[in-house]
Design a protein around this ligand. Sequence first.
Ligand SMILES: Nc1ncnc2c1ncn2[C@@H]1O[C@H](COP(=O)(O)OP(=O)(O)OP(=O)(O)O)[C@@H](O)[C@H]1O
Ligand SMILES: [Mg+2]
Length: 226
Amino acid sequence: MVDRVPTGIEGLDEMLGGGFLKKRHVMVVGGPGTGKTTFGLEFLYRGALLGDKGLMVLLEEKPEKLIENMSQGLDWKLQEQVDNGSIVLVSVDCFNWERLSDTLQAYVTRHNVNRVVIDTLTLLKMNTEDPFEFRRNIVGLIGFLEGLDCTVLFTAEAPYATREGAEYSLEEFMVDGVISLYNIPIKNERRRALEVVKMRGVRHSNAMYPFKITKSGIVVYREEII
Ligand SMILES: Nc1ncnc2c1ncn2[C@@H]1O[C@H](COP(=O)(O)OP(=O)(O)OP(=O)(O)O)[C@@H](O)[C@H]1O
Ligand SMILES: [Mg+2]
């Protein structure tokens, strides 16, 4: 039995029979504003409350900006977890693969990190012209992080809003797990929903459930069907 790493997201661990598998990699994919960054950060925040150490690699935001944005909607004590070193936020600009590996290696070993979030994989892809090189680098990165005993969450941007419009790319096939976030237009508003598209080695729920981003974080409503 592989150990589980609970996401701590209300309603999601029940869908996964306890959480992610330890040392595996999961991609959270969704359109703009679907909650990808919130999801990634909550994975680290809930982990920090359990004593885990988390590292978030930011490719499009500065740590201060992220904390500022997240503090608007969430009443988490995020700054406290950052100050006590349970969550480390690092922004990587002028991206290249060597620099990313070096950064990861340095932070993971120095801070004893066991949960890693990379926000977003899409930017790594955009910065790598050759798809074969991208694939080789991702496989290398995943293996490297597994060797460091980390459970990894990648966020990725999807150009679609609904399940029907979903198009899958190389990354979805490479990772151990895929969770899709949607923001579905229904009448004059949008409703958030999520589904576990795949999770290797896990018997998971196949239903699409509504969720909300509340002041205490993401809440999945498993008693409702969208
Ligand atoms: N407590 C809250 N209640 C309602 N909405 C919230 C709350 N906290 C955040 N939001 C909204 O949730 C959305 C999700 O933000 P988040 O940054 O996680 O999404 P994202 O998928 O990473 O977006 P992007 O595509 O811009 O990277 C934002 O539009 C934000 O305003
Ligand atoms: Mg984001």
